[in-house]
Write a protein that binds this ligand. Structure first.
Ligand code: URA
Length: 471
């Protein structure tokens, strides 16, 4: 009689006694305590007597297989160890029905363990003496809590937690792991603040271009969905996948213009760098030959600011992107699209603004056929300030709006925090004011729709402040 179904130590002790006393499998009746006493009464297994050596791999598989819910498992495992004690090659006989069964059962358990590692979701219960406590409800297919709890112990060593399953619970408290009886779902809170983090994480790793529904179902079978906070996002994410792929296609980067080198050589031959820049046209020609930093080597062309020379408001971005690099105009790509929409919403007319960037050449990393944007370094921004200062001197705006951290550095010459400077109007001297806000591409990177909507509203509000100030 096994008092604790799924307990390997209990089964192993019984099996050792039986093996050592040469009790053949057909003379043993295995019963779980939950099934009641055997009809035939019967003797307790004899105490181990001597040792029986068995392959380590077999014991490791038996340790997992005993967790299987099938009531016939203890008996079948005993038959296998009985045979293995007489046939050292048994495990290698893959066509043997017992070994085939053992490998399949082992695989089912390993899969169940993998799912539990991946899909347990803790809910925060509270905090006591500086230690946070969490609880999770999980319904594994088999009795695997004993095999999975050490994983959570290593992962979440610094907090107290309990994992409650229908069969048993594992409790990690005061750096001690203990087990208790099974429980019910209502013992664990249904949702909490951590839930949003799971949903954000899932949204972030969801790649609409790689949707394979059958593979997703195999990896995250439906039976786990009810306890996964992020599962409610699956349908909307799938529904929006087509549109997102289309958008990715539209905004995909393209190859640099192969004529660039020829063009650059000609421009730099014709236009040596000069201090003799009196108009925006002079500046545009001169920057075309700029070799002040290595960024000119790979970019298609320098992208200078665009807008009326008499503009009262100057918007400064980071650097041209892929589209801007090819077209030679600022903010014509995806970030420019976001900016345009926000400007309209804030009541600002783009054609009356001067739009430019802290860095004039596109910095990217080639990845196959694609060019992936890279942030400019502080040094590159500082070198390029020479051009930005020229633009500022020519346009003489009353108000400069920096979009993102690179722009803020380009304008102020310091690495300042946007968060610290946002929401206030700063004095740049010489009658020029500064408003710092985020870069519109930040909004494109936010996977969480609620957060993206909030950040976008804050961005539009910053631009509306710009409009009010200018008025
Ligand atoms: N991002 C920028 O900072 N500037 C552009 O011109 C385009 C994208």
């Amino acid at each position: 009689m096994l008092a604790r179904p799924g307990d390997f130590a209990e089964w192993r002790d019984a099996a050792r006694g039986l093996l050592a006393n040469q009790i053949a499998p057909e003379n043993v009746s295995w019963r779980g305590a939950d099934k009641g006493a055997s009809l035939f009464g019967g003797d307790a297994p004899p105490a181990p007597d001597g040792t029986v050596s068995l392959p380590r791999e077999l014991l490791a598989m038996a340790d997992r297989a005993i967790c299987h819910r099938d009531a016939g498992v203890p008996a079948r495992l005993y038959r296998i160890v009985w045979r293995a004690a007489r046939d050292r090659q048994l495990l290698a006989r893959t066509t043997d029905p017992d070994i085939d069964w053992l490998r399949k059962t082992d695989k089912a358990i390993r899969r169940d363990i993998h799912k539990m590692h991946a899909f347990v979701r803790f809910r925060r219960l509270g905090e006591d003496a500086g230690r946070e406590s969490f609880a999770a409800w999980f319904e594994p297919s088999h009795r695997i809590l004993r095999l999975t709890a050490p994983f959570f112990q290593r992962r979440f060593y610094g907090m107290d937690w309990a994992i409650v399953t229908p069969d048993a619970r594992a409790i990690w408290a005061d750096e001690t792991l203990t087990y208790g009886p099974g429980g019910t779902k209502d013992e664990v809170p249904g949702s909490d603040v951590v839930e949003d983090q799971w949903r954000t994480y899932y949204g972030a790793i969801f790649n609409p271009a790689r949707v394979k529904i059958a593979a997703m179902r195999a990896e995250m079978p439906k039976k786990y969905w009810k306890n996964l906070p992020e599962a409610q996002d699956i349908a909307p994410l799938l529904a929006g996948a087509g549109a997102r792929v289309e958008r990715m296609r539209e905004t995909a980067v393209s190859l640099a213009n192969p004529q660039t080198d020829k063009w650059r050589t000609r421009v730099s031959d014709e236009l040596a760098l000069t201090d003799d820049i009196d108009t925006l046209d002079d500046l545009a020609r001169a920057v075309g030959g700029c070799t002040r930093c290595p960024l000119h080597c790979n970019a298609t062309q320098a992208v200078v600011g665009e807008g009326p020379a008499a503009a009262r408001i100057m918007l400064v971005g980071e650097q041209p992107g892929d589209r801007e690099d090819l077209e030679g105009r600022p903010f014509v790509g995806p970030a420019g699209q976001v900016l345009n929409e926000a400007l309209v919403e804030a009541g600002l007319d783009r054609t009356r603004l001067f739009l430019t960037n802290a860095v004039k050449h596109f910095k990217f990393e080639p990845r196959g056929k694609r060019r992936l944007h890279q942030n400019p370094t502080a040094g590159e921004i500082d070198i390029c300030r020479w051009w930005l200062d020229k633009e500022r001197a020519l346009v003489q705006p009353d108000l400069i709006v920096t979009l993102g951290g690179s722009a803020l550095r380009g304008v102020t010459g310091k690495s300042a925090s946007i968060t610290a400077m946002r929401g206030a109007v700063h004095d740049l001297g010489g009658g020029t004011k500064l408003i710092a806000t985020i870069h519109p591409s930040f909004l494109l990177r936010l996977p969480d729709r609620v957060r993206a909507a909030e950040e976008r509203a804050a961005f539009v509000a910053d631009l509306a402040r710009v409009r009010d100030l200018a008025a």
